[in-house]
Design a protein around this ligand. Structure first.
Ligand SMILES: NC(=O)c1ccc[n+]([C@@H]2O[C@H](COP(=O)([O-])OP(=O)(O)OC[C@H]3O[C@@H](n4cnc5c(N)ncnc54)[C@H](O)[C@@H]3O)[C@@H](O)[C@H]2O)c1
Length: 286
């Protein structure tokens, strides 16, 4: 590990730009390992693909079968691996963290992306629904931070990016459990940034606006909102793309270039949270 870090420093020092460093990662020995949850589709898969393209070895996990996503990334030349499981299960997260560590050493990057949505009036939200949303969206990231964080703390370096939401920064009607989970995730992010920053671990969050993924399609299927509702609300007049979010995650994950960014909650929302205008005023400017 010591020799590896010296070589990495020399390569970074000698290279005029990022290219030489990312090429060096492709030698395998120098490769950094990134773990992405909820990576079978949507933002998770786009993030794993981008990180692989940037020279990371990627470990994907999801509740759904992950083989297809791993195969797809390998076909494009990635060093990709997968393990199927539930992020809310402590047994699974422990096994996953141990598998990655035994195979490739401690993870360098953890992206807590797995999440589920719930649209329901608060007074009709059952305890079971509330608990499931909290288990996946908040308990899961806590467990992953804990078990991958232990590996990172041991080598005193690492970067964690949590995928929250604008719903972690603002209230949104009929999403009490989801919003509370994402507000909680931001609280966890800020707390760990403080607790672990002095030991070389950065912890940040991205807060996307509405993204055109299966989650949005399922939510819209319930009749809760339309494309026009979102487009009218966003200053940039469109949905986020999974790639927009992946690119912000990769930016925060990159400790070589962005190693002093810690404890931030970065909106990736086309201006949503910055704009308090009403829709007719906003749409008049287009
Ligand atoms: N789609 C949006 O509009 C939007 C907006 C803001 C934030 N987000 C957040 O972005 C993240 C990714 O969402 P997406 O839009 O790609 O949705 P998605 O539904 O396409 O992907 C989520 C993935 O998480 C996996 N998953 C769900 N529960 C899991 C569990 N218990 N263990 C492991 N994996 C599990 C799913 O199988 C799925 O592959 C989520 O955290 C979501 O809350 C989404």
């Amino acid at each position: 590990m010591y020799l590896e870090s010296i070589w990495r420093d020399i390569l970074v020092y000698c290279s005029a730009d990022r290219l030489a460093y990312s090429q060096s990662q492709k030698w395998g020995f120098f490769m950094k390992t990134a773990v992405v949850t909820g990576a079978a589709q949507g933002v998770g898969l786009a993030t794993a693909a981008l990180l692989a393209q940037q020279g990371y070895r990627v470990w994907l996990t999801d509740l759904q079968a992950i083989d297809q996503a791993v195969k797809q990334l390998r076909a494009s030349g990635a060093d990709a691996h997968g393990l199927q499981g539930d992020v809310s299960s402590e047994d699974f997260v422990k096994e996953f963290a141990a598998t990655v560590q035994v195979t490739h050493g401690a993870a360098d990057v953890l992206v807590n992306n797995a999440g589920i949505s719930l649209i329901a009036p608060a007074e009709q939200t059952t305890l079971q629904q509330w608990q499931r949303v909290m288990s996946v969206n908040l308990q899961g990231p806590f467990l992953l931070c804990k078990y991958f964080g232990l590996q990172m703390l041991e080598k005193r370096s690492g970067s964690i990016v949590n995928v929250a939401s604008v719903a972690g920064l603002r209230g949104v009607i009929h999403r009490s459990a989801y919003n509370a989970s994402k507000h909680g995730l931001i609280g966890l992010t800020r707390t760990l940034a403080g607790e672990w920053g002095g030991r070389g671990i950065r912890v940040n969050a991205v807060c996307p606006g509405w993204i055109k993924t299966d989650m949005d399609i399922a939510d819209q299927g319930s009749g809760a909102y339309s494309d026009t509702d979102i487009i009218n609300r966003v200053p940039m007049a469109r949905f986020a793309r999974a790639e927009d979010v992946a690119s912000a995650i990769a930016f925060l994950a990159d400790s070589e270039r962005n190693g002093f960014i810690n404890g931030v909650t970065l909106p990736v929302d086309g201006g949503w949270t910055g704009d308090a205008s009403w829709d007719s005023l906003r749409t008049k400017t287009r």
